[in-house]
Design a protein around this ligand. Sequence first.
Ligand SMILES: *Cc1c(COP(=O)(O)O)cnc(C)c1O
Length: 472
Amino acid sequence: MDWTDFGSWAHRIADWTQDYRENVGDLPVRAQSRPGEVLEALPPAPPEAGEPMEDIFADFERVVMPGITHWQHPRFFAYFNANAAAPSVLAEFLVSAIAPNCLIWQTSPAGTEMETRVMDWLRQAIGLPEGFAGVIQDSASTATLAAVLTMRERALDFTGNTKGLFARAPLRVYCSAEVHTSIDRAIWIAGIGAENLVRVPIKGENRGMDPDALRALIAADRAAGLQPAGVILCVGATGVGATDPVAQVMEVAESEGLYTHVDAAWSGSAMICPEFREMWAGVERADSIVFNPHKWLGANFDCSAHFVRAPEDLVRTLAIRPEYLKTHGKDGIINYSEWSVPLGRRFRALKLWFLIRSYGLDGLRTVLRNHVRWARALHDRLAEEPGFEIVTPPMWSLFSFRYVPDGASDLDALNQRLVDAINDDGRIYLTQTRVDGALVIRFQAGSFETTEADVMMALDVIREIAQGLETG
Ligand SMILES: *Cc1c(COP(=O)(O)O)cnc(C)c1O
């Protein structure tokens, strides 16, 4: 195939895409294939001769699609949605066609300058004050790694990269046990060591860290000759949306001179609605904040917004400047690869620009507000439903519940069977998590295509499938 055929194929794929996205709600949400099914359908050896696109596309529909879990399905209520709104899909098409590598300014000035502009739009959209600078990272995990490396270098007067971590007092980083596993991995990779990630006890309905306990742990570490380096907060953690009391934790961190990073990967998108911002009041005092427009905001994966108060610290930690990466004779330029771990960078700003312009902030707010409202309505109905109990209350559009019918013995096993049966049924898709050791079922609404009827259908499906289970 060459470029002369490209247009006709692109049209065909565009039509296929529209049809898929308009009708994806008719398919079972979770892939119903068995392990190995796709692998077995793929030839073990690569073809020696080129094949017609017609055959490749036919196999795509026959082999690949049955092995897809439909993340853009309106009744995808599992994990957190990774939305791909229509305007951002179009932008990604263009990006894949132009295919620039935006590693430094001169390798595509538009990539860099649009990133500066749309990240500042996002800063305003979520209510952060001026003074925060933004960069797009590939994922929240990468943003957190960059933040932890900066935290480490700040604590070591920027000597960690040169001298390593040998023969020094261990660095200590504090977070609750509710945080995402990306924090653990950042601590491993940064050489701080899992044993120096200190878990601060939580309290209250929001399952946030106890600031007094944090202060006491820091004092004990200092007394033991260890070196506190930073605090990692969560706002809307993955399990059940645990949220730290940001202002109180900032108070402690500031008085101790510690670097702070806030992981709001999922909930950060909700902050485009002023009424949801009180949950992270005090965030303007953080050193580093991450949220994923590729989750709830509608920009297709990957697109993670990382805001820092002192980009010079991040750049001092990560920048490396061999001759071939120097841009001579141009002042005032930004090279975003100096703000992140990977060198190569996709042109990710374009999809944000398409998305934000096409929906407008008001359009996006309406989508998110509906999700929160409908999830709360479902929560209220389930709370009334005999045999069910709410385990954690709605945090934005996420809550958890448990099936507790009279006379049931092993509730963890029963709830796991319920989730599995629901997902085998295919009308909706849910996932489980653990709360204080107990297996619970999560519900979150966050698909751009979901309607109130889709959310309410979840109640019928959950009730119907629960009633069909043996509970003894
Ligand atoms: C999804 C999520 C992450 C991980 O995001 P990636 O972009 O996949 O690395 C981290 N923290 C929280 C709270 C999340 O919800």
